[in-house]
Design a protein around this ligand. Structure first.
Ligand SMILES: [Ca+2]
Ligand SMILES: [Ca+2]
Length: 104
């Protein structure tokens, strides 16, 4: 059985490490918007990484923007689930979580 678009655990960690390193001031911004109960701290970290990488702020990552994130860039076509040439926040979130639904 073959999993699709699964990012290796190591690479996932490197992305989260990138988040931790770059959060800095951004962390306080996210701390103010924790009203949504469905959003876990991990979701916020992933969202912060996404925003950092999305240089032009169009809410999607182009191949060029994804180069900031080796773990993403290396699997760009897999993460880009709808194959429109850009990674949306939803596609990014799914990929960072390994594409698996959360256990109930
Ligand atoms: Ca962008
Ligand atoms: Ca896409």
């Amino acid at each position: 059985m073959k999993k699709r678009s699964t990012i290796a655990e190591f690479e996932k960690r490197s992305v989260l490490l990138f988040a931790a390193l770059t959060l800095g001031t951004a962390g306080s911004v996210f701390a103010q918007s924790t009203a949504t109960p469905a959003t876990s701290p991990q979701d916020q970290e992933i969202g912060a990484v996404f925003q950092q990488a999305d240089k032009n702020g169009d809410k999607s990552l182009s191949a060029e923007e994804a180069r900031e994130l080796p773990a993403v860039s290396g699997q760009f076509t897999q993460i880009d689930a709808n194959q429109d040439g850009a990674i949306s926040a939803a596609e990014f979130m799914l990929a960072m979580k390994g594409g698996k639904p959360r256990a109930q």
